[in-house]
Structures are given as C-alpha cells and as structure tokens.
Write a protein that binds this ligand. Sequence first.
Ligand code: BG6
Length: 473
Amino acid sequence: MPLRGDFLWGGAIAANQAEGAYQSGGKGMSLVDILPSGIERRNALENPGRTIKTDYGYYPSHESINFYENYKEDIKLFAEMGFKIFRMSISWPRIFPNGDDEKPNEAGLGFYDDVFDELHKYGIEPLVTINHFDTPLALFEKYGGWKNRKLVDFYERYARVLFDRYGNKVKYWLTHNEINMLLHIPFFGAAIDVSESENPDQDKYQSAHHQLVASSIATKIANETNTDIQIGCMLAAGEVYYNTPAPKDVYAALKANREQYFFIDVQSRGYYPSYAWKLFDDLGIELKIKDGDLELLKENTVDFISFSYYSSRLVSADPEVNRQLQGGNAFDSLRNPYLEASDWGWQIDPLGLRITMNQVYDRYQKPLFIVENGLGAKDELTEDGKVYDDYRIDYMKEHLVEMINAVDDGVELWGYTSWGCIDLVSAGTGEMKKRYGFIYVDRDNEGNGTDRRYKKKSFDWYRSVINSNGKNL
Ligand code: BG6
C-alpha cells in the first residue's frame, strides 16, 4: 500500500525550545525557564529540589532561535519545502502567566492567531500540542505541580480558552507531549519534585491520573466546540526488545513495554488496563479517583495515536546485566550490539520504527501520526554558508523507508513531522549545538550569532521527498 495522496508531511517544534522571548508579551515563567543547560540538566529534569539553583549563567532557551519574532521568515521556508502540516506547541504561561489567572493574556493569544494565519496563508495545517513540557512555574511553586488535582482545573480553563479561540483555525491537537515521560523525568513531564516524596511512584501515577483526566476533559471540550477537530495522544515510543530469549528477559521487556503503553491504553481504550491495578498494588499506590473520572476517561477517547520515535530499547531481567543500562532520550537501555549510536549516544534503529508502528497499530487499531523523528548532530556551517548534513539525510532516508514499509504492512498513517525542522534548543541538554534542522540557525550555546537562517543540504532533499510523496528518498 503506498502513502495516502493527502499524506501530511511536515516538521515539528515546541514553544519553549524555539520561541525565546521568555518574558515578552506578558508571558509568565515556565518550569523550563529555570533549567540549566549541559550536564547539570538531567538531574534537574528529574529532581529539581536536590539540584536546582537560581542562576546558571546563560540560558540558551531564554532567547532560543527567536521564533517569536522570526516566525514569518521561518514559515516561508517551511512552505518552500512544501510542508502540509506544522507541529508546534502553545506556551501555557504565554496564555496564563501564572497558570491560575482568572483571565488569559490577550497578547499571548494574539501571537498564536498570527502564527496560525501565517501558516494558513501557505496552506499549511497547524498541529498543536497543548502542553509540551511547559507547565507554568507558578503551578509548581504554589501547588506542587500535577500531583495536585487543582492542575486539572487550570488545564481545563486553559484548554477551553484555546478551543474557543482557535477551534475553527486548528483541526489537529495533541493534549500532552510524550505523556509517558513523566515517569522518567517527572519535573519536566509533570512539574513535580519527587526527591522528597515518601513514595515517588504514588506522586508520579497520581500526576498521570490527573493528566489523563485533563486530556479527556480537553477532548470533550474540543468535540463540543467543533466536530471536525481530531484529538491525539502523544507517546514517547520505541519498542523495548529483550536482551536474550530467556523467558525472564522476554517478560522484563513485556513489562517495560506496558510502562509506556499504560498511558495510551487509557487514552485510546478508555479505561485502566487490568495490569495497572496489579502494578499499583505492587508499588503501594493508592490512586485518588474522583467521582466521574472513570466515565470521563471512558467517554472521551482519542481519535488518533501520535508518537515520537528515536530508538528502540533493550532490557534484561538480570540486575547484573542491567548495571550497564545507559541513558538515551531519558530512557535507559542496554547497548544493542546490532545498532550504531548518534553523537549523543542515542541508538539508531530504523527497522525499530516499522516494528513500533506495527505494535502500536495492532494494539489500538487507530490512525497513527509520527510527530517526532530525527537526528541530533553537531553541524558545521562552512564559509560559503552551507551545511553538508549527509548523515542526517541518511538517517532520515533509512527511517522513511521503514515508515513506508510499515504502511505497506497495513498500518494506517496520517503523517510525519520531523523533529526540529529548524534548529532549536535541545530539551534534554538545553543546548543549541545539538541540531536537528533542515534550516541552520546561526546561534551558539553561549548566545553568540546573528540568528540568520541557512538552508542545509537536507533542505532540498526533504523538499524533493515531499514533492514526490516519499518516492524520491
Ligand atoms: C522529545 C521531545 O523527547 O525529544 C522534544 O518531545 C525533544 O521536546 C526531542 O527536543 C529530542 O530530544 P533532545 O533532548 O535531543 O532535544
């Protein structure tokens, strides 16, 4: 089966990694705004209480690539590549600076009106993430983040404002970015600090419940606003392989896969899977569920399943073997001897994309959308203003081949948005030097640079991929 004629090709960014202007237009502080870059960042993403300081010197994300002011120029370049869709997020603290404000910030709302209008000018459909690691900092400081039930109400108020305002401009929405990340980097994913928790799992899964309920409420509001709207969940995906055929390793991989699918099981099927209740028992978790929550989950399931894919993972049941677990996009994995890795140690597994797509589709039988995939690399701008990123083209080509193979296997796929289609600040390291884009931005980790945009070699390559609907790879 070939790709659909209306396949949605495009690229993706997130507000907190691209907009900059972190205090302009009435925007409040986001939890990301206080995070350091470099090696100190990983601890802070997990447990800020133990590590966070107030001044880390220069914060690349504060200015980032200044999409806030450059969006017209950037969208023009996306249009030149032939984008059909552009994934972006709305900065929650740009709309509700403190998160608990009674009224939204009109300057923030106006900014996104302008961005959507600019996209539509070129016939590019926006795909909007409501919360991409961007909970207002005040909701962490005042309420302790998503473990507090009040966050559901604040998110509902925020979502209602977005659907009222943009319900006729934006058709595709995602409720939370990589919802399963909150188990691995809880501060980033759920604005919670579990370093002082009596039972960190209790706080993580309580936060998860609140985000799941909030997602259902947003879905309900969206469907009441405009029945054309399509709502998706968003999973940090990547099939977990077992280290050996020993049944105990196979079972360990099954459990690790359930840890990610848990969220999507609820969002897609509408109820907690039976294994979840056993897990809560084992972890000593008593989930606080309000009257009506389970009905909300049941009645407001998602229309499609979106996910990011960077790598597969590998686990063992043997604690000795697991001493060699290493990080990669916040997930730990054993080194797979059959795979190579990026400069940042992320293992590269194109066939893993086909495997993951088939597994997800088999499990849910709903349309899929790949909303992140790409290679973070150190690019070099030559004196004649070029970046010869053949390594990125190779990476993407291999992944797109497997994506098309998965569609041929029978998977229904709506679209593909490559991550960081224009260079931006890395979420995991907070740095500029980890670049994903087809467009190079002249700005470094220390804030030097002109902000000028340059087309990389991959720019023309991706344009030809889109023009041929995936035939010219
Ligand atoms: C995903 C996030 O986890 O991976 C993005 O949704 C992030 O926000 C992307 O940027 C790549 O990770 P990193 O750490 O290389 O920026």
